[in-house]
Design a protein around this ligand. Structure first.
Ligand SMILES: NC(=O)c1ccc[n+]([C@@H]2O[C@H](COP(=O)([O-])OP(=O)(O)OC[C@H]3O[C@@H](n4cnc5c(N)ncnc54)[C@H](OP(=O)(O)O)[C@@H]3O)[C@@H](O)[C@H]2O)c1
Length: 248
């Protein structure tokens, strides 16, 4: 836990789950540059989250760092309560995700499959549920889905793809449910992006040939779409999924 450096009443305050590494770190940096105060959560890599937070604080943002397993609903509730110490919540980026079971479904142990479903779908539901009451004056939620939600990821992780499809359905439904309360809900669906997500680190390079733009994406290329969806420029956008997948 790190105490925030200051509170800025007029600044947006956004929770980024898994905000210390990979796509989440790029989102945190991008939002920090756009003037957000941040609550960054991490699961295991405290050092990475602390390093991103130090960078953002040096640039003037108030940043709270919290350890959080998004599948633990009580821990989720605690983190959103702690966020009140920084200010009024305006944004949530449900970025935390993982695919630990990789391969054809029949070869994957069910406990690993269940864990992936929990992290990639239940965790997003739990964070939305805790964030909504904190957004009394409106806000915006961005859920990180995946191109897998529509491609299905056969032979790799169909259960993960199904969870991400669930995230996109949640995005549509919650957008309708929360529109009248001034809360927008959107998703970003990345294609293959270079990060620590891949059990096989060569995977992004290998899939490049199948991508119309000829390469894997970079975390920063996802962050821009997230920042736009959270910004006032996207004030009429809700219930949509922005695909940032190089043409896949
Ligand atoms: N990379 C891709 O090709 C790709 C493509 C499509 C979608 N996505 C999605 O993009 C998002 C970010 O992935 P990434 O590529 O940046 O992966 P990553 O580098 O592996 O980072 C995943 C992040 O999620 C956190 N995390 C994992 N399990 C968690 C849990 N149970 N509770 C809380 N936090 C948890 C990790 O925390 P620690 O730092 O503490 O480990 C880490 O910060 C995920 O939702 C992923 O499904 C990725």
């Amino acid at each position: 836990m790190t105490v925030p450096s200051r509170t800025g009443a007029a600044r947006p305050l956004t929770v980024v789950t898994g905000g210390g590494r990979g796509i989440g770190a790029a989102i945190s940096r991008r939002l920090g540059a756009a003037g957000h105060d941040l609550v960054l959560t991490y699961l295991r890599d405290a050092a990475a989250a602390a390093s991103v937070a130090a960078e953002l604080r040096a640039a003037g943002a108030a940043v709270l760092v919290e350890q959080l397993d998004t599948t633990d609903e009580q821990a989720v509730a605690r983190v959103f309560a702690r966020a009140r110490e920084v200010g009024a919540l305006t944004g949530l980026v449900n970025n935390a995700g993982a695919a630990t079971a990789v391969g054809p479904l029949v070869d994957n142990p069910l406990d690993a499959v269940r864990r992936d479903l929990d992290v990639n779908l239940f965790g997003v539901v739990a964070c939305c549920r805790s964030a909504i009451p904190e957004m009394a004056r409106g806000g915006a939620i961005v859920n990180i889905s995946s191109a897998a939600a529509t491609l299905g990821s056969p032979g790799t992780y169909v259960h993960y793809a199904a969870a991400k499809a669930g995230v996109e359905a949640l995005t549509v439904g919650l957008a309708k449910e929360l529109g009248p309360r001034g809360i927008r809900v959107n998703a970003v669906a990345p294609g293959t992006v270079r990060s620590g997500f891949h059990r096989d680190p060569d995977r992004p390079a290998r899939v490049a040939a199948t991508v119309p733009l000829g390469r894997a994406g970079e975390p920063e290329e996802i962050a821009g779409a997230v920042a736009w969806l959270l910004s006032d420029d996207a004030r009429y956008a809700t219930g949509t999924t922005v695909r940032v997948a190089g043409g896949l």
